[in-house]
Design a protein around this ligand. Sequence first.
Ligand code: G4P
Length: 531
Amino acid sequence: MRPNGPATDTEAATQARRRRTFAVISHPDAGKSTLTEALALHAQAITEAGHINGKAGRRHTVSDWMSMEQARGISISSASLQLTYRDTVLNLVDTPGHADFSEDTYRVLAAVDAAIMLVDAAKGLEAQTMKLFAVCKHRGIPIITVINKWDRPGRDPLELMDEITERTGLTPTPLTWPVGIAGDFRGVIDRSEGSYDAFTATAGGAQIAPEEHMDAEQAAAREGEAWITAQEESELLEASGAQHEQETFLAGVSTPVLFAAAVKNFGVRRLLDTLVELAPPATPRPDHAGNPRPVEAPFSAMVFKLQTGMNTAHRDRVAFVRVCSGVFERGMVVTTARTGRPFATKYAQQAFGQGRDGVDTAYPGDVVGLVNAAALSIGDTIYTGEPVEFPPLPTFAPEHFAVARAVDIGRYKQFRKGITQLEAEGVVQVLRSNLRGDQAPVLAAVGPMQFEVAEHRMADEFSSPVRLETLGYTLARRTDAESAQVLANERGVEVLHRTDGELLALFADQWRMRAVQRNHPDLTLEALIAA
Ligand code: G4P
């Protein structure tokens, strides 16, 4: 193993500059999986995207992959995909966001430096996109917007820009503008050059779509009316000041916009170029005290995702970390900031991508899966050298609540152990009160899927099956001890403790909360980070 000497420091800084670590935020069905495959195709991580056709096909692929990994006796997870494009390393961190939409999805955003907001051209900004956007905004993550499915009938592009302005507060600054209405996608204007990229579809979108680059005159001759309309719209945008500015983009004030049809591979190359040219590299992360830790400092990383039970025979736990500084080398012994204990990184793996072999070296911005990570919790910092700790990961506003009880009261010890463990891993939040007692904690979640995971693992892993009784609350607010006393006398309100010390007041809905507020205008009721 190499010491963390000067040569390594320079290497970390150089490699950090080459990294772009990002996630795709979208609503189910907007085309995230299709776009991921298209990006991989363009970055030549795989040669053909066509073998994975539609959801059924994908599921098949994933399950094959799981059984393959299980046969090898190691745990896996789809945490990130690493691609190389124009000598830049792109780390696409997966936001689990389909049926299994949960708090996990939001925590992933703590590991990235930028996000792609993927929008369905016909549907505009949808519910889950808005929720994930709120988290990005809270963290100040720069956002690149991609309007997808332009090959299908959809909305008017200017109308979509208005919607972005109104609903996100971001100024959309299109880098490209579509030629041909939604459903008749011919190509895009490059707005900075005034030139035209014409697309040609390939059979089934299996190969990179050929693009023809031409000047305005050639474009006008080729596309006629469609070109003139696109040009007029682009000029309209210019008049309203919708030009890209790197500073406002990085500050999360404006968002460059691209038009694409992921399924046909249209606009995908331009997205890769935009990531390379505009997205920020792995930059210094502020530590607990708010001091940015230079990327060339000794190794440090942050645990943003835990995965257990992929392999029931091993009960193994994989901790996914994002490298924040220095160079990670397989086998290095790191310190866990929370406990001060050493942790040996004997087995490290990259989740998927170009070969899922063990990772030997990783740099700031990269994601590494550490196996045998039972000692690590969500939000943990690991490091070498001088102690460092990054701020804890945010906990999101839960919207689902259920009381958990051990089915077999004789197994209370296992019950308690399991609940504590699931809480440490961030599978669910756990709320308690004197009124309910220790035997009936309230589980709180962002998505109901989290309950299913908790139920399954309590039975399967901790041998203490639980009965969950759903509570009729949908809204949580942070309160204080004084307000809690007032709230205790109100109907339809309950106050519980969370382990991080917060007191949460639960309400059936916002109308109930407003009614309580009308009677007691001075109550402390603060919004939690919206999810
Ligand atoms: P998700 O991961 O965001 O949930 O979306 P996914 O990629 O699974 O895409 C959802 C559906 O939208 C898929 O259709 C996919 O083919 C389609 N799609 C994605 N991008 C585009 C695009 O640019 N244009 C068009 N026209 N369709 C797109 P499906 O019916 O679920 O599956 P399939 O059998 O058609 O592949």
